[in-house]
Structures are given as C-alpha cells and as structure tokens.
Ligand binder design. Structure first.
Ligand code: ADP
Ligand code: TYD
Length: 217
C-alpha cells in the first residue's frame, strides 16, 4: 500500500478565504440596518474587508429607482417588481459581484427575498413568478446566508411610526401577508434562511448572529 501523501500546511494556508454574501430580511423596522452595521463591525474586527449595502439603492441608478418606488402614489404591481429587479441587477453588477470577487464579505440590507415576500407574497404576483423575474437579474448570485429578523407586525408598525414611505404605509393586513410570506420562504429554504427573534435587545441579536457566521469565515 502506498503511504498517504504528507499533509502540507503551506498548501492549506494558501486557500482563499471563503466568500460570504449575507443578507438581512424582515418587516420594516425589524432591525435590519442596525444588525447590518453591528455584524459588519464584528467581522471587520476579525480583519476581513466588509462591504455593506442596501436595497433598494446602493448605486446611482438604484437610488433613483428607490425615489420612484417609495414616493408618489400607486404603481402597477409588476412595474413595482420590475423596478426592484432593475435596481438589484445594477447593485449586483456594480457592487456585490466585484466585492465578492476580491474576497470581501458582503452584507446587504434587503435583497431578493424582499421581492419574493412583498411583491410575490403580499402583492399576490406569486413567489415563483417573481423568482423567475429576478434570477437572471442577479446572475444567479444567491446569498450564502440570510437572517430573517422576525417581529410582530404590530411592533413593525410601532417602530416605523407615522413617517413611513409608500410601502411602509400599507396596512396591517399587508404587513401580516409579508410576515407570512417570509415565514414560508424560511420553511422552503431552511439551508439558507435562518429566522431570528428580532424582539430581543439589538446587542443580544447581534451576538447570536455573529456566533452563527463566525465559524464559516
Ligand atoms: P430596519 O432597517 O429593519 O427598518 P432599523 O435597524 O432601522 O430597522 O430599526 C428600526 C427602529 O427600531 C430604529 O428606531 C431602531 O433603533 C429600532 N430597533 C432596532 N433594533 C431594535 C431592537 N432589537 N429592539 C428594539 N428596537 C430596535
Ligand atoms: P427600506 O427603506 O429598506 O425599508 P426599511 O429599512 O424601513 O425596512 O425599504 C423600503 C420598502 O421597500 C420596504 O417597505 C420594503 C420594500 N421593498 C419591496 O417591496 N420589495 C423589494 O424587493 C425591496 C428591496 C424592498
């Protein structure tokens, strides 16, 4: 029998650091922006480059689309879905893909699952149909990990208050439909989407999430 080849530490050390694309999802006011920043800070503390971005927005075109989407009156549901997909395509091409290519950790505040829950679920366009619209737009760039911050829809309304944007001003029924759609997505994609109880103090949530990603970095 041939002896086993020697284990070379130098070869192991030359492996590139794993690419990691993390997204935060949840109702408005669920703490996504807060957790994006806290996780970025913790991962930067490990010496990794972290790029944070948000949807809709994150690019010049994306910010214009954001203004179109979040102000004004009603937009036809498919126009709304297509505009979110357009902003997302630009964000992937200009920000997310290049950052992942150079080995950075990317954390995005909302991404594909927002469209699946809001447009696919709550607006009634169908999760599968909205997924089919988005897959070519993101060139197959699915997140590696998605944290779904779950809070009660009434708590979401309280945290957003009176100053919400066009979509945040939707009623309690809409919010519940979004929450239900998110829950279903978490059940459908348990490998990727992890539900987190968002009603606890922000620091406690951040500690739990960092604990869950640290080992994969
Ligand atoms: P999102 O990005 O999901 O809209 P934010 O992070 O902007 O949420 O938080 C919305 C509001 O809720 C802010 O006023 C923020 O200070 C507050 N908040 C964030 N996380 C928590 C938490 N865990 N508990 C209570 N309030 C929170
Ligand atoms: P945002 O301002 O990020 O909301 P918040 O930070 O308060 O959670 O998002 C604006 C709104 O856009 C929000 O109500 C969710 C909605 N949205 C969709 O309906 N579909 C999408 O694909 C995305 C990215 C956002």
């Amino acid at each position: 029998m041939k002896p086993a080849p020697p284990v070379t530490i130098s070869r192991k050390a030359s492996y590139p650091r794993p690419r990691m694309f993390i997204t935060f999802e949840g109702l408005d006011g669920s703490g996504k922006s807060t957790q994006t920043e806290l996780l970025a800070e913790a991962i930067r503390g490990m010496g990794r480059e972290v790029v944070t971005t948000r949807e809709p927005g994150g690019t010049a075109l994306g910010e214009q689309v954001r203004a179109l989407l979040l102000t004004g009156d009603g937009i036809a549901p498919w126009a709304e879905a297509a505009l979110f997909a357009a902003a997302r395509a630009e964000l992937v091409e200009l920000v997310i893909a290049p950052a992942l290519e150079r080995g950075a950790v990317v954390i995005c505040d909302r991404y594909l699952d927002s469209s699946l829950a809001y447009q696919g679920g709550a607006r009634g366009l169908g999760v599968e149909q909205v997924l089919q619209l988005n897959l070519p737009a993101i060139s197959g760039r699915l997140p590696d990990r998605t944290f779904l911050l779950e809070i009660d829809p009434d708590e979401s309304a309280r945290r957003v208050g009176q100053n919400g944007d066009r979509i945040e001003r939707e009623d309690g029924r809409f919010r519940r439909q979004v929450a239900d759609a998110y829950r279903l997505l978490a059940e459908t994609f348990p490998q990727r989407i992890e539900a987190v109880d968002g009603s606890r103090p922000a620091a406690e949530i951040a500690k739990e999430i960092f604990g869950r990603v640290r080992e994969s970095l």
